[in-house]
Design a protein around this ligand. Sequence first.
Ligand code: NAP
Length: 337
Amino acid sequence: MIANRHVVLKRPPAAMPKAADFEVASCPMPPGPPPEGLLVRVIALSLDPYLGGRLRGRHMGEPAPAPGAKLPGFAVAQVIESDHAGFAPGAYVVAETGWARYAAIPAAGARKVAPGETPISAHLGVLGMPGLTAWAGVTQLANVGADDIFVVDAAAGAVGGTAGQIARNLGARAIGIAGSPAKTALVTGTYGFDDCIDYKVEGWQARLKLACGAGPTVHFENVGESVLQTVFPMLQNYGRVVLCGLAEHYHADGQPPVLPVGPIVGKRAAIYGLVVYDFYHRLNDWVDLATPWLEAGELAFHEDASEGLDSAPAQFERMLKGQHLGKAIVRVAAERA
Ligand SMILES: NC(=O)c1ccc[n+]([C@@H]2O[C@H](COP(=O)([O-])OP(=O)(O)OC[C@H]3O[C@@H](n4cnc5c(N)ncnc54)[C@H](OP(=O)(O)O)[C@@H]3O)[C@@H](O)[C@H]2O)c1
């Protein structure tokens, strides 16, 4: 008999969720797929910054899950049994499974993915939602080209790391900002950015200014006010700023971040708010661009994987604190059963 396990909230988190807010327990194996649905075994679970807010009812108006209820979040999974003509047993999907080893899910929300040269978990990172976010901000909003000086923070992460590589592949100079020597090494060594500045080292602002020469023409913001306050004054006139993420504000209960409007006018700057939901229908466009880059070694990614479903609460806490390197996932089971 197959043993199922899941992770649920023990109590509603009052602040940034901690590992102790979760409970990992045995749970019943779903009896089969729901009507028009799938029974799947989870291979890898995606841990993303928005989930921290989502678990507290602070993300895009979506309600917080109740203690004991299925947790939100996407996973790569394999179909075991199907009640939908479009999905055969053995197929791989990306879907909201909950944090569990096995799940019964509607087929309507599942997207088929094919195993290839790239590990299938890449569909949670570079070939999934974070990669699409990067592509949307760089190519659809800021329209980055060969003349640009492109700056991005949280540059070791799935979004920032991919954004800088897209900009570089389009001919721009790519400069990262990241929060540790291991992160800056990943950004320049593996991702191949032109430079990366560690903002936890004193004098980083001067080093960033030097790295940018005449100043950034595009800034891709993933962190919030503390970085924006430094980078915005360096921005060239007619510069573009993509506001993608505010990681440092998600669990801070002080004033919301502020961007002074006067300098925006003075610099004739364009500010773009980015919500990836607007671009899900373009995912194949991004995957078609990214796949040859990945195969040619012109696009790299790095996964920070913890092993086994029971490791999910601790891995989630690490990710929310920014202690991970690259894309945070939990490897729940082997790709092939
Ligand atoms: N707009 C959208 O539709 C959309 C879609 C996906 C993701 N996002 C956002 O894009 C950003 C990057 O996403 P990602 O998945 O690639 O995440 P990530 O970069 O792997 O993780 C967030 C990073 O933010 C940095 N950070 C700085 N201050 C922090 C703080 N006080 N608490 C936690 N982290 C802090 C850390 O990097 P350092 O140590 O290098 O500072 C941390 O690793 C996030 O803000 C995310 O919410 C937005």
